[in-house]
Design a protein around this ligand. Structure first.
Ligand code: F6R
Length: 614
């Protein structure tokens, strides 16, 4: 949430910062701004409500000279999207400018103190309080910027990734983080700072991830120095990132979301690479095998996640219970941490997160680690906070996911969970060897089957034209297909703004069936697996009430085709892998409906990709 980018070096900063903001725009896009200290001892701040393109337009006739600057794209927490609330924020004397991602929880108390000391405020943000506090510390203690930042951050409760620049000092950026991500790019005679590596990768693949309470002193033509807010000097290792620029571009697709949907055969293969070996009938997940005793003796598996990742967790529950015979509970991280959960030291906790930065999941991890449970992180973004705070884990390896609606990360999460269940089940002998081999061979064929489904894109597009103007949708599934129904509904609502609900098919008659009429499209996942006959009965119940049914069916289906109004065929597979296939047409359906409705598919209103606030 919110994107931060900063640059100091020998090139003009403005083009680098604007390009960086475009790359970070998926993190928030209600306002944008830039601060540029220049050699004339000026500190120019330009900011506007709206998108990065609005900022770029606004800056057309402005002085944007200089080889240092910081920039921000916002997802509002405190204060509505407006010019005043956009970052960067000046301090009172306009000699400092600051950008921030996170939340200052005690901002009200700090603001009162500052007001008592003569400070006035231009915005309703928590961020402006921080920049004023830094200035106050600087003046009060007659100290340098770094020390003032240290003093201010010691008074702050909350989460922050910040970058600060000052007038009369075009050779210095101070950056700091706590519970919000920040990464430095180390180039030749230039340094970058950003919320993630996407604005940096074009210039250097050498990065340093800041840790909580780190302050980076980034000086022109000098190695970056690190000190904590408690004034302990630190060093950091430079990491080489394996990310390519093409991963950050649309590659000819109209939207990142469509590109990412179509990437899934490849991303699923990447996810299996080096892990699934069908020639030797083996699945190797070192994160599990290196900790086999913990996994095999686990009393219970707890899965913690949010949103789409939570839906993947629900599929995980079915997989681990069926194939490993371990009891599983799946919890929203945000709910889990605020009750009084019972956590056993012999629990395995699996946390699932695309970004690896979701604040609620990070906080839940803290809680379970304190209780002595073993934490396994299932994550996409390499080097993000969750993998750095877990005992072991697996990456999904799908590359950057830029579309705000998660697609390729979800299917890869399902793939990793499937591999985990196979790996544990085989070692625990809860999967007999011949069955293991059957399942492994089938898993290996999943990317090809996804490829086959993607060929039905045109048909799904036609179907989307029929339902674009529906006001409500219901998605139904049973067993493994129930989480798919939830995920299908989430995809539709987040990008098309059509109300949609996912429901266990059999629960319909306990209430929601009252909603059914011919205005209400029902998407039913009716693939040929264990609950097939039951789902057919549920579809009949809907048809008997004039509902319009779009059914996702297996290729060999004959029955549902005669009952449903429309069918989308997908290849048959093992029931436990069905979700990886069944979600693909639902991703496409949501995508095309949203495009028909002229929605901003990659940046839906009110959303942001990485939810770094609670
Ligand atoms: C939906 C979506 C969100 C995320 C959720 C968790 O398409 O993307 O629901 O799944 O915010 O994010 P991560 O997986 O980064 O923890």
């Amino acid at each position: 949430m919110c994107g931060i980018v900063g640059y100091i070096g020998y090139r003009e900063a403005y083009p680098i910062l604007i390009k960086g903001l475009y790359r970070l725009e998926y993190r928030g896009y209600d306002s944008a701004g830039i601060a540029l200290p220049n050699r004339q001892n000026e500190l120019n701040v330009y900011k506007v409500k709206g998108r990065v393109s609005d900022l770029d337009e606004f800056c057309k006739n402005k002085d944007v000279s200089g080889t240092i600057g910081i920039a921000h794209t916002r997802w509002a927490t405190h204060g509505e999207p407006s010019n005043n609330n956009a970052h960067p924020h000046y301090s009172q004397s306009e000699t400092l400018a600051l950008i921030h991602n996170g939340i200052i929880e005690n901002y009200a108390t700090l603001k009162e103190q500052l007001i008592r000391n003569g400070y006035t405020f231009q915005s309703s943000t928590d961020t402006e309080v921080l920049v004023q506090l830094i200035e106050y510390m600087k003046i009060l203690n007659k100290t340098d910027l770094c020390t003032a930042v240290q003093m201010a951050l010691n008074q702050v409760v909350g989460a922050y990734a910040i970058a600060v620049v000052e007038e009369n000092n075009p050779d210095l950026i101070i950056a700091a983080r706590k519970s919000s991500p920040l990464v430095l790019g180390i180039g030749e005679k230039e340094t970058f700072v950003a919320s993630d590596a996407s604005p940096i990768i074009e210039y250097t693949n050498r990065v340093i991830y800041l840790e909580d309470e780190d302050i980076a002193v980034i000086k022109r033509n000098a190695p970056v120095k690190f000190v904590t807010i408690g004034n302990v000097e630190k060093t950091h290792e430079i990491i080489k990132l394996e990310m390519s620029l093409s991963q950050l571009e649309k590659g000819g697709y109209p939207h990142f979301m469509l590109k990412e949907i179509f990437e899934q055969p490849r991303t699923l293969r990447d996810c299996m690479r080096g892990r699934v070996n069908v020639d030797c009938n083996n699945v190797i997940l070192s994160g599990i095998l290196d900790n086999r005793e913990r996994f095999f003796n686990a009393r219970r598996i707890l899965i913690l996640a949010c949103g789409t990742s939570w839906h993947a967790g629900l599929v995980g529950e079915y997989l681990f219970e069926e194939l490993c015979r371990i009891p599983v509970e799946v919890e929203y991280s945000s709910e889990f941490r605020y009750r009084h959960p019972v956590i056993f030291p012999d629990d395995i906790v699996i946390t699932i997160s695309q970004s690896g930065e979701t604040a609620d999941t990070l906080a839940a991890i803290d809680l379970v680690r304190k209780a002595g449970a073993f934490v396994y992180g299932l994550c996409n973004v390499v080097g993000s906070s969750i993998p750095r705070n877990t005992d072991s884990g697996s990456y999904t390896h799908v590359g950057p996911e830029i579309g705000v609606a998660s697609t390729k990360a979800f299917t890869a999460q399902l793939m990793v969970l499937s591999m985990m269940a196979l790996c544990i089940g085989r070692e625990k002998k809860t999967i007999p060897e011949p069955r293991f081999i059957e399942l492994l061979q089938e898993l290996n064929s999943i990317p090809d089957k996804v490829e086959q489904i993607l060929k039905t894109n045109d048909k799904i597009k036609e179907l989307s034209n029929i339902f674009t103007y529906a006001h409500n949708f219901i998605y139904l599934g049973r067993g493994y297909s129930y989480p798919v129904a939830l995920e299908g509904a989430l995809k539709l609502k987040e990008i098309s703004y059509i109300h949609a609900e996912g429901y266990p098919a059999a629960e319909m008659k306990h209430g929601p069936i009252a909603l059914i009429d011919n205005e209400m499209p029902v998407v039913a996942i009716a693939t040929n697996n264990g609950t097939y006959e039951k789902v057919i009965s549920n579809i009949q119940e809907i048809k008997a009430r004039n509902g319009r049914v779009i059914a996702v069916v297996s290729q060999d289906d004959t029955t549902v085709k005669n009952i449903a109004d429309y069918v989308i065929e997908i290849p048959s597979t093992e029931e436990c892998f069905d979700p990886i296939l069944a979600i693909i047409p639902l991703q496409l359906l949501s995508y095309h409906i949203a495009v028909n409705k002229k929605r901003n598919v990659d940046m839906p209103r009110n959303l942001a990709k990485s939810v770094t606030v609670e």
